[in-house]
Write a protein of this length. Structure first.
Length: 133
């Protein structure tokens, strides 16, 4: 999982990675706000994420995930073993795209939520603090 995603990510020319990362996070920020609206109207798909969203400043925002679509789908097919590998990809994206990403809790590791902090300008370690399984 890790190698496949890394190879795909690094197909983007290195000088463009940060620009692509910033663009991705700006779009992600807008989509999160729309997602909250759909969530409040009860319009989420059963395999969708339930989130809380917080704008911190122009550079930074926080998304807390309380239900993960990947986990819901994996549980349906008895494939929970693919986690937390999927969760670790967030660190790879932040690291290579030179954007900020930080998380102290991860549903895929058994925590009660994923508390994700994103920054358009920032840094990220390549691997999660709890390691990869």
């Amino acid at each position: 999982m890790w190698k496949m995603n890394e190879k795909m990510l690094l197909s983007v020319p290195k000088p463009l990675l940060h620009m692509v990362g910033k663009s991705y996070l700006k779009g992600f920020r807008k989509k999160a706000k729309k997602h909250i609206e759909r969530q409040e109207r009860g319009e989420l798909h059963p395999f969708d994420w339930e989130i809380e969203y917080e704008d911190i400043n122009e550079n930074t925002f926080k998304i807390t995930i309380t239900r993960c679509g990947f986990i819901t789908y994996a549980d349906k097919f008895g494939a929970r073993g693919i986690l937390p590998g999927i969760c670790a990809v967030d660190y790879m994206i932040g690291y290579y795209m030179k954007t900020g990403f930080y998380r102290t809790k991860t549903l895929g590791y058994g925590d009660d939520c994923c508390n994700c902090l994103y920054a358009l300008r920032g840094s990220c370690s390549l691997k999660p603090e709890k390691g990869q399984k």
